[in-house]
Unconditional design. Structure first.
Lengths: 311, 315
């Protein structure tokens, strides 16, 4: 599927790229995943000869809207939103469409005013890691959850695990902590899980987290408390070099993650913009509102070497 | 001449900025782009005017951004619940005004410095916003009449710009033409002499902080309308930029004092810089660096009042 897509993109990619300009807006560059996507898109666009303006909305929807408005006024040839807020920016996206500026989003959700959204299937991601975790637990024992409800993807992963747990009654949810949406979220995760680990010590075999950053905090916490690899199964979602390093590290309790191909998605967005700016229709690239990429479950069996990626 | 520069230097810099951007950045002076700048600056101006009034009364309000977000989620939750627009908007405005008054009462009655009091209230309000939303943003499905408040246009002029003009004129009139407004300014400039002269200084401080809450709520509601969404962090960005706009404003027109026209100029400088730098193709970190330098420069020029408010003990 991915190979077919890349071949198609290569065939219809126009030669006008070097004279054109792309605007890339990342919603929150301080978030690792947003930065990985935006920086990959920036690198790909520059490599193709595009002039690029990279903007950071710093997590602010009003600033996000303002930046999109400005890029539209600037008359760029294409816009990429990395983890953008398509529903909130409905009016701006409609204006871009009216001006004939193609917009491709990455992990932002569908909009009738954008070409399509480059994404992974979050429900599938949640199912992958949830089923892997329960399999590792042999479908029995105590489980703790570190949730995050402030993001659509992490919320979906949590809901999928809820469904999986309903079907597997041998696994008991002994504790759950929902991370607060604050800038000091690491401290919040640490404080919440510290209390839960203390309360449930000896009664749980695994900890599920909604994204890797939470798992790293809990991994450090578990190690400080004397847990060794094999004592607890700890999983996350996102992937990245830090996640792979921990999976390789025999001291770490971090067991598995689902690696989301942020860099691949950033590059695919640029290739798509190049095609659309060259006259291709969105339907020539993908029929529906989503251009899905494959996320890869990574554990000790397939963890890539340092600096390598699983795709 | 030096006095003219001191008084109008920043205003002239604003004009110069528009001229330079107009010459260097393609489309900067395009009427649609200018309207876009003014439209986005409107939110910043209205919320900053509230901070200006609080500072004019001699108190600091660090809760205005979270109050704006709270008013936004309260209004949206009622609209999503099927309540009439008037009820939802009135509730949002009331929440903002009441929280502002609560700030004032904590400062004047409990004698807690406004820096700490408003920070604490800000934390509480942020928690309340998450309580209302459960962390999930209200998005879409808002009535067209409500959306007109923030998205509409009258004779091609975005209504947001009209709201901003109304807010500026109202605040200017209040501070310069009404007895209460003059008492509020006197309270901020010389609290003890004002009190001895019969000014109800405590009441003025409550009023200053209350109006700050009200203007924050107005901004929050207009943001909800403009973005057709509400979330607990929707106005978070305005804390820093709002303070920056007011501090920039304190370097001009009435140097060293929070003033309405100065705040408008400060907001315009920030808005024009952001827009112009984007049109010039400057990357995001350049914009942050430039804005940071401007804040340092403006604070160094207008710090006297700010320092006095931040570090003085309440009376």
């Amino acid at each position: 599927m991915k190979l077919r897509l890349l071949v198609l993109l290569a065939l219809i990619m126009p030669v006008i790229a070097w004279s054109a300009e792309i605007g890339i807006i990342a919603f929150q560059m301080s978030a690792d995943t947003h930065a990985r996507t935006a920086n990959a898109a920036l690198g790909e666009a520059e490599a193709q000869g595009f002039k690029v303006t990279l903007l950071n909305s710093e997590g602010s929807v009003p600033k996000h809207a303002e930046q999109l408005d400005t890029l539209i006024q600037k008359g760029v040839d294409g816009i990429i939103l990395a983890m953008g807020k398509t529903q909130e920016l409905d009016a701006q996206l409609e204006a871009a469409k009216q001006k004939g500026i193609p917009v491709v989003t990455v992990m932002s959700g569908a909009s009738p005013h954008t070409a399509f959204d480059v994404n992974v299937n979050e429900a599938a991601v949640g199912a992958q890691i949830g089923m892997h975790l329960l399999g590792m637990m042999d479908y029995q024992g105590g489980l703790m959850m570190q949730r995050y409800e402030g993001h659509g993807g992490t919320r979906m992963r949590g809901r999928i695990l809820d469904v999986i747990l309903e079907q597997n009654t041998g696994v008991n949810l002994v504790g759950s902590h929902t991370m607060a949406k604050t800038k000091s979220w690491r401290e919040d995760v640490r404080a919440g899980m510290e209390a839960l680990i203390l309360k449930n010590r000896g009664n749980f075999e695994a900890i599920w987290t909604s994204f890797d950053g939470q798992a790293f905090v809990i991994d450090d916490l578990l190690r400080e408390q004397g847990f060794k690899r094999g004592d607890i199964i700890l999983t996350g979602v996102d992937g990245g070099q830090e996640a792979f390093a921990r999976i390789r590290d025999p001291e770490s309790l971090f067991t598995a993650t689902v690696a989301i191909p942020f860099e691949v998605m950033g590059r695919a967005a640029v290739n798509s913009i190049a095609s659309l700016a060259g006259g291709a229709a969105p339907e020539d690239i993908v029929a529906g509102p989503f251009l899905y990429m494959d996320a890869v479950l990574v554990d000790s069996a397939n963890v890539p070497a340092e600096g390598q990626w699983p795709w | 001449m030096p006095d003219f520069i001191r008084r109008y230097g920043t205003a002239m810099a604003c004009v110069l900025l528009f001229a330079i951007m107009g010459l260097t950045a393609d489309n900067f002076l395009n009427p649609y782009n200018l309207l876009s700048i003014f439209k986005h600056v409107s939110f910043l101006t209205i919320i900053s005017l509230g901070f200006t009034l609080a500072l004019a009364s001699g108190e600091l309000d660090l809760s205005f951004a979270h109050i704006a977000s709270f008013a936004s989620v309260c209004t949206a939750s009622l609209l999503f619940g099927g309540y009439p627009i008037v009820v939802a908007v009135a509730t949002g405005l009331s929440c903002g005004a009441l929280l502002g008054v609560a700030n004032g009462l904590i400062v004047t009655q409990l004698k807690i410095p406004s820096l700490i009091a408003t920070l604490a209230v800000s934390t509480i309000v942020n928690g309340l916003s998450f309580l209302v939303t459960g962390g999930v943003a209200f998005v879409g499905r808002l009535d067209k009449a409500f959306l007109f408040l923030g998205r509409g246009s009258l004779f091609t002029i975005p209504v947001m710009i009209l709201w901003m003009m109304i807010a500026v004129v109202a605040c200017l009139y209040f501070l310069k033409q009404t007895r209460t407004g003059i008492h509020l300014v006197c309270t901020g400039e010389a609290e003890e002499p004002s009190r001895l002269a019969g000014v109800a200084t405590r009441r003025m401080k409550v009023l200053g902080l209350g109006l700050s809450g009200l203007l924050a709520a107005i901004t929050g509601i207009l943001l909800t309308s403009s973005l057709s969404s509400a979330s607990p962090t929707i106005a978070g960005e305005y804390l820093m930029t709002g303070i920056a706009a007011v501090l920039l404003g304190m370097t001009t027109i009435e140097p060293g004092k929070p003033n309405v026209i100065g705040t408008l100029i400060g907001a315009l400088i920030i808005g024009a810089l952001r827009n112009g730098l984007t049109l010039l193709g400057a990357q995001y970190y350049v914009q942050d660096i430039v804005l940071g330098i401007i804040i340092i420069a403006s604070v160094s020029l207008s710090a006297t009042r700010f320092k006095k408010v931040v570090f003085s003990a309440p009376r």
